[in-house]
Design a protein around this ligand. Sequence first.
Ligand code: GLP
Length: 241
Amino acid sequence: MKLIRTKNYEEMSLRAAALLASQIIRKPDSVLGLATGATPLGMYGFLVDWYRKGVLDFRDVQTWNLDEYLGVQKVDSHSYYYFMHKNLFDGINIPEESIHMLDGMAEDIGHECAAYDEGIRKAGGIDLQVLGLGHDGHIAFNEPEKFFSAGTHCVAINKSTIRANARFFLKEEEVPKKAMTMGIGNIMAAGKILLLVCGADKAEILQRVLQGPVAPEIPGSILQFHQNVTVVATEDALREM
Ligand code: GLP
């Protein structure tokens, strides 16, 4: 595991964007796994900027997002679909058909999840997966459990995660209680993983994820078993290590 320690959020975002950019430059038809949340926002900002300056070309890139709220329409400003378009896709030249996101309004959720797994397989797997980290150690929406999940599935979101994600809604009651998410198996199958973590409030969980026992109760700890993980984290997030 490679650890990049950065002074602040800006530097974390810049270092992460540089890693993503080098992936795209080396392999223009890269298959990227992307994450939502506040953490990768700065990184997406750099990518849009570098596209505008002609440094990056997303024409042949394909993306697969980690997760989506259940029962939320694409046009809803709380959907991850909306978030990704606003913060990245609308600012770059990726063709719409190369963007893959779970449909939170799918009638047959089982089919939606199975088709997503099959789609990733057909795309040749994910070259580089971006991840954030939840306060309870979740990655994507894989919450602490008694087992590690394999493929894309439906989950009940933890109370603490609902509370954390309430900042994106007017009221906590508005946060959806369920989501669809790639499984731990999908994430671990990616060629490379880029984990972004910032803020002192993540310091304790980051220490457990990177140095504690590998256990499904701390889902992110499984990353210790991946061959190619780069963690880009701010100084304050690393203060317990
Ligand atoms: C959400 C997302 C995760 C994300 C996490 C952390 O629950 N499903 O993919 O990593 O929140 O979010 P933030 O970066 O805002 O702390």
